[in-house]
Ligand binder design. Sequence first.
Ligand code: ADP
Ligand code: ADP
Ligand code: ZN
Length: 212
Amino acid sequence: MNLILLGAPGAGKGTQAELLVKKLQIPAISTGNMLREAIQNGTELGAQAKQYMDGGLLVPDELILGIVKERVAKPDCEKGFILDGVPRTQAQAEALDRMGVRIDHVISLEIDDQVIESRMTGRRVCKNCGASYHIAANPPKTQGVCDECGGELIIRADDTAETVRKRLQVYHASTEVLKTYYQRQGKLVLIQGDQSIEQANRDILSAIGAKA
Ligand code: ADP
Ligand code: ADP
Ligand code: ZN
């Protein structure tokens, strides 16, 4: 089962990806997490990506396609994978098709721009594994500590009000067209993102024909 999670920044892609990983026993591939890890590790990729991410802009397609191509070729992706936050442009989607990366379902988490801001100001992410929390809607068991790995929870550098606005603009200008792209391929599923995390997850599982 190869899935894509599509949606505005803060729509809940990372949160749903984590639940689907546990349920479906397939890995999530989050380009955002991979890029943040590259920045933390001081790699060349990180150095190239940082300026774009800090500005709320998209990282160039070539960089993204390189890391995704390498990742989906790993053995743990043989039974399937969840693409979280990629593709984000029509060029990325076309390139995945050309590479022969088969996609079964594209899940678009639908949410109004007005809801995003409160989500982002409350978001905390694990510095170590990238897991996403919310101080009110999805708090960790111990404040400031990741349930999954014990890592430190931090505020993402790009979760400032100004950068979030920029990222929303970028979503509407460059990513939203992917809904049409995948609808034409008969793969698009719309899921209401503004409901409880658990209910959204049940809707996704039922839409892709998996047992809840
Ligand atoms: P969110 O979904 O909250 O916007 P992500 O972690 O998916 O956050 O992405 C954070 C940033 O990483 C983006 O603003 C962008 O700069 C970069 N990025 C992540 N994935 C992609 C991608 N597929 N194409 C281009 N840039 C990306
Ligand atoms: P994305 O990966 O799409 O940027 P996240 O999964 O990181 O989004 O979610 C953004 C923020 O909203 C996080 O703080 C997360 O805990 C919270 N969140 C996710 N889904 C919901 C939901 N259904 N209701 C309320 N808050 C949510
Ligand atoms: Zn963690």
